[in-house]
Design a binder for this molecule. Structure first.
Ligand SMILES: Cc1cc2nc3c(=O)[nH]c(=O)nc-3n(C[C@H](O)[C@H](O)[C@H](O)COP(=O)(O)OP(=O)(O)OC[C@H]3O[C@@H](n4cnc5c(N)ncnc54)[C@H](O)[C@@H]3O)c2cc1C
Length: 446
């Protein structure tokens, strides 16, 4: 049990006792600790090497192994180092990124409809996978409450949800401000919407379950093995790691927010953005029940939004939002605004201890949709979930594995989308804090 002496109120004000005792690692790792493997032997050959051991990579490996095709998953850090064990565990279809009318305006009706419907399939896919693989990870269709930060947002959300229902049958209902305490014990919002089919899980346990199933099916999942180069070698690929080379028939890049210059064509198309979470101590049952009467997952309508939920089986609040990257993510200043937002919404939590604070990287694309396909050099990839990746990474991992096997079931409505590079990518990367500050100001003005 973590001993923390810092309260949410103190963290919000940046007044930390010197012995704060805050644990700077994902709360999810308490139940699913990272396994620091002794250096495992690397195989010299593999059918498919997968770079990245998050949901994308593991889901791809599971599909490949299920079809009797060998997969070797490599990660630069410990297995599950990336966002997949650090996220909020809120699961939706990913269809909240764009208003329906906006997506239609951008992509045309037929394509937008196909993408939105496939978003719903992604949510169904993860549920089926978890059930079929019998992964104990507290998956639950708990529903999502999305809080309006302005009366205009409420009206716009209501119209958009009608469109979403018409296009892909997603059920929802609106909760006006006068009734919102039936959903959340706060008066700062202007009502909100509920998507009852949205879900939640424990990301650490889900990830651990995927690793176990891949290994049970004969796949390898190897940490502490950075891939440094990928070169064509006849009809195969020579995957050079810090610990030796593997000759592979196919390669899948599954590095999302941790994508670097390994495949420059992809590096230019992803901007990593920091996202962070804090966890409170266990709260008294009556307080916890009062704060979140329906135990859903929660978010808001701001451009730079925050999100929260209860921890499964423990009465903690897990609260997340964007974070800047300071020199060290073990710097409490990085999480001050999360505590500030949390206490503003729930003043009842001012004196609650904060036990964990952590961050991770999400992978943003220029057009804010994920991408799947093959580079000019023949390497497969699936990435760019723009912060909504629990269901999408799982689904895209499955699809890219099918594409590697030339299986027609691997086709998606995302296949033929142009994948734009960021203009002036290095500047775009550095500009993230400036753009976020500007969005925060606009959120505050509206
Ligand atoms: C704090 C946070 C909160 C989030 N909350 C939610 C949420 O509530 N709901 C939701 O849907 N989504 C959420 N997301 C997004 C979601 O977690 C991601 O979209 C998803 O986990 C991406 O999975 P992935 O497997 O593609 O990438 P990751 O899990 O990030 O894995 C990529 C891996 O690639 C490895 N790697 C990179 N380069 C190399 C290399 N050269 N060699 C070897 N390995 C390499 C990295 O070490 C890393 O482990 C959140 C993300 C963060 C960071």
């Amino acid at each position: 049990m973590t001993q923390s002496n810092v309260t949410a109120g103190q963290l919000a004000l940046g007044r930390l006792p010197s012995d704060a005792g805050l644990k700077f690692q994902p709360y999810w790792w308490d139940a699913a600790p990272r396994q620091h493997q002794a250096d495992e032997d690397l195989p010299h050959h593999a059918e498919t090497v997968i770079v990245g051991s998050g949901f994308t990579g593991l889901s791809a490996a599971l599909t490949l192994q299920g079809a009797g095709r060998g997969a070797v998953v490599l990660d630069r850090g410990v297995v599950g180092f990336g966002a997949s064990t650090r996220n909020g565990g809120q699961i939706g279809s990913g269809n909240q990124k764009f208003r329906v009318k906006r997506l239609i305006a951008l992509r045309g009706e037929a394509k937008a409809t196909a993408m939105l419907r496939e978003g719903v399939d992604m949510l169904d896919y993860i549920e089926t996978l978890i059930r079929n693989e019998r992964i104990e990870c507290y998956f639950e269709r708990c529903g999502r409450f999305r809080a309006a930060m302005h009366p205009d947002h409420y009206e716009a959300m209501a119209r958009d949800l009608e469109d979403l229902k018409a296009v892909c049958g997603v059920e929802s209902f609106m909760v006006p401000r006068a009734d919102q305490r039936s959903e959340v014990a706060s008066d700062v919002f202007f009502g909100g919407s509920v998507l009852p089919a949205d879900a939640s899980l424990h990301p650490g346990l889900y990830h651990a379950g995927l690793v176990a199933r891949v290994r049970e099916k004969g796949g390898r999942v190897i940490g502490n093995t950075a891939v440094e180069h990928i070169d064509r070698d006849g009809g195969s690929f020579r995957v050079q790691t810090a610990r030796g080379a593997i000759l592979a028939k196919s390669v899948i890049i599954a590095t999302n927010g941790y994508t670097d210059r390994l495949v420059p064509e992809l590096g230019r198309r992803i901007v990593p953005i920091g996202s962070g979470l804090i966890a409170t101590e266990r709260l008294p049952q009556n307080l916890f029940d009062a704060l979140l009467p329906n135990k859903r997952v929660y978010g808001n309508t701001n451009r730079v939004f925050y999100y929260f939920r209860g921890a499964p089986d423990e009465n903690r609040i897990i609260w997340g939002g964007r974070v800047g990257r300071t020199a060290s993510s073990g710097d409490a200043r990085n999480y001050r605004h999360l505590a500030r937002d949390m206490v503003r919404v729930f003043p009842q939590l001012d004196s609650a201890a904060i036990t964990h604070a952590w961050d991770g990287m999400i992978g943003y694309t220029f057009d804010e949709v994920p991408h799947i396909g093959r580079t000019s050099g023949g390497v497969h990839y699936a990435l760019g979930y723009c912060g909504t990746g629990v269901s999408r990474a799982t689904y895209f991992g499955h699809k890219i594995a099918l594409q590697v096997m030339d299986d027609a079931r691997g086709r998606t409505s995302f296949d033929d989308l142009a994948f734009p590079a960021f203009p002036a990518h290095p500047i775009a990367k550095r500009a993230v804090p400036v753009v976020e500050t500007w969005y925060r100001i606009r959120d505050a003005m509206k």
